[in-house]
Design a protein around this ligand. Structure first.
Ligand code: C5P
Length: 212
């Protein structure tokens, strides 16, 4: 049976790590869809184009391919996350990236995708849908520790403000806002380490497979 796993949730909820672990466990390809929006945001910044220029952002998104996702160090820095969430609010950018994501989800044998709208828009018929959350403080702390570990200095309060701003923008946009699909299972990782979170996620997938 084809196994499609949709993992959605806010920034630093643990969804990316959980998705990667699930993909390894089930030997499925994994697409971190946030990287697509990050690549579009960075391309605009690199070319000196205003992130609010919807037409230019859409043109960049239309010509994006998966090879643009190889510079993961730059793509995962703080500026790229902020730029991603701004370009992700343009409906044309989302439309331009839709096919690529749907094709990935339709790979023979299945796939794991993580993002904000996988269970609602990209793969509404996914076998298993998880919506991974954690408290704002826990998420800000995780992201802050990650950035410190790679030598980026930022005050914790600024990280918290970043996360709150990004949540509000992602949940408040008109097209494909961040929201749990009606049939998604909520997984709150606030008190969990990665092993506990992966274990809980695997059990959610197993229950969904058994019910499918
Ligand atoms: O998941 P990540 O933090 O890398 O995503 C960066 C930004 O890309 C998010 O804040 C969100 O605005 C956008 N995004 C999205 N839809 C997705 C994945 C990411 O809008 N499926």
């Amino acid at each position: 049976m084809t196994l499609i796993i949709a993992v959605d949730g806010p920034a630093a909820s643990g969804k990316g790590t959980i998705a990667a672990r699930l993909a390894a466990h089930y030997a499925l390809p994994h697409l971190d869809t946030g990287l697509l929006y990050r690549a579009v945001g960075l391309a605009l910044l690199d070319q000196g184009i205003d992130l609010d220029d919807a037409a230019a952002a859409e043109a960049v998104a239309r010509s994006l391919d998966l090879s643009a996702l190889s510079d993961t160090h730059r793509l995962t820095d703080r500026g790229a996350g902020e730029a991603a969430s701004r370009v992700a609010a343009h409906p044309g950018v989302r439309a331009a990236l839709l096919d690529l994501q749907r094709r990935f989800a339709a790979r023979p044998g299945g796939a794991v995708l993580d993002g904000r709208d996988i269970g609602t828009v990209i793969a509404p018929a996914a076998t298993a849908k998880l919506f991974v959350t954690a408290s704002t403080e826990a998420r800000a702390r995780r992201r802050w520790l990650q950035l410190l570990a790679r030598g980026e200095t930022i005050a914790f309060e600024d990280m918290l403000a970043d996360i709150e701003r990004r949540d509000a923008r992602d949940a408040g946009r008109g097209t494909a806002p961040m929201v749990a699909a009606a049939d998604a299972v909520l997984l709150d990782t606030t008190e969990m380490d990665i092993e506990a979170a992966f274990d809980a996620a695997r059990r959610i997938v197993e229950a969904a497979r058994a019910g499918a």
